[in-house]
Design a protein around this ligand. Structure first.
Ligand code: ADP
Ligand code: MG
Length: 244
């Protein structure tokens, strides 16, 4: 068994002839917060989606808890349940209350009965400061509130890792903080997290490791201090000069 919760080996993804991921070797240890930064179009979302097999890798391996989940013989659904995912656009079910959004997956997969799922959902809503909105519908909530609910929903399956794809990019500026605070709290509690974000402050403060991705490769990786304060690669320097 490797030391890593997630490890990709020589991960490639093509869309037609477009090679979007060019052989990524990435390691995530249990309890680690890995933040991925990089220009738009560099393959960050594709990487996250390939990591939980929402996209099938063209080549390479994705080890999750010791199993290569890119292998055809593996039950992807079983493993994906252990990976919570939060998207830029929240993706809550609009025709369901907040509470029903949270109880759906655990009940449907048979992990919990309705009562258990309800107890757990209420606990999680409490944790993200949304307990009072359990009976509300998503459209009546602000973007920041919807995203906090989406995080709570991703936690209902008790995932071993949380994947975040630009969770604050669709939010009005005044709501970014409340979502980052929830994520920071999760990190503090020891959740393993892979976060794609443009929030450099969050990256500096919360990341154990920062990956700079450009054009389908990891150009540079290191601690936040290494990457932000003394980037070695010209491409990293140029990117940071634009965003910092
Ligand atoms: P990022 O998240 O870093 O902005 P993406 O992973 O979304 O980058 O996209 C990387 C490249 O892959 C882009 O050129 C994009 O057009 C292409 N791409 C992403 N998803 C698909 C898809 N489903 N089909 C075809 N091309 C895609
Ligand atoms: Mg993206």
């Amino acid at each position: 068994m490797s030391d890593y919760l997630i490890e990709t080996k020589n991960l490639h993804k093509y869309f037609g002839k477009n090679e979007v991921l060019k052989g990524l070797d990435i390691q995530v240890k249990k309890g680690e917060v890995v933040v991925m930064i990089g220009p738009s179009g560099s393959g960050k979302s594709t990487f996250l989606r390939t990591m939980n097999l929402l996209e099938k890798p063209t080549k390479g391996e994705v080890y999750f808890e010791g199993t290569n989940i890119a292998d055809k013989s593996v039950d992807v659904f079983k493993h994906r349940e252990k990976m919570g995912m939060v998207f830029q656009q929240f993706n809550l079910f609009p025709n369901m209350t907040v509470l029903d959004n949270l109880t759906l997956a655990p009940v449907k997969t048979g992990k919990m009965n309705k009562e258990e799922a309800t107890v757990k959902a209420k606990e999680l809503l409490e944790r993200v400061g949304m307990a009072e909105k359990a009976d509300a519908y998503p459209q009546s909530l602000s973007g920041g509130q919807q995203q906090r609910v989406a995080i709570a929903r991703a936690l209902t399956m008790t995932p071993d890792v949380m994947l975040f794809d630009e969770p604050t990019s669709a939010l009005d500026p005044e709501m970014v903080g409340e979502v980052l605070a929830v994520m920071q709290e999760l990190a503090k509690e020891g959740m393993t997290m892979v976060v794609v974000t443009h929030e450099m402050g969050f990256a500096k403060e919360v990341a154990d490791k920062v990956l700079f991705m450009a054009d389908g490769v990891i150009v540079e990786e290191g601690t936040p201090t290494e990457v932000f304060d003394s980037p070695k690669e010209k491409r990293t320097q140029d990117f940071l000069a634009k965003v910092l």
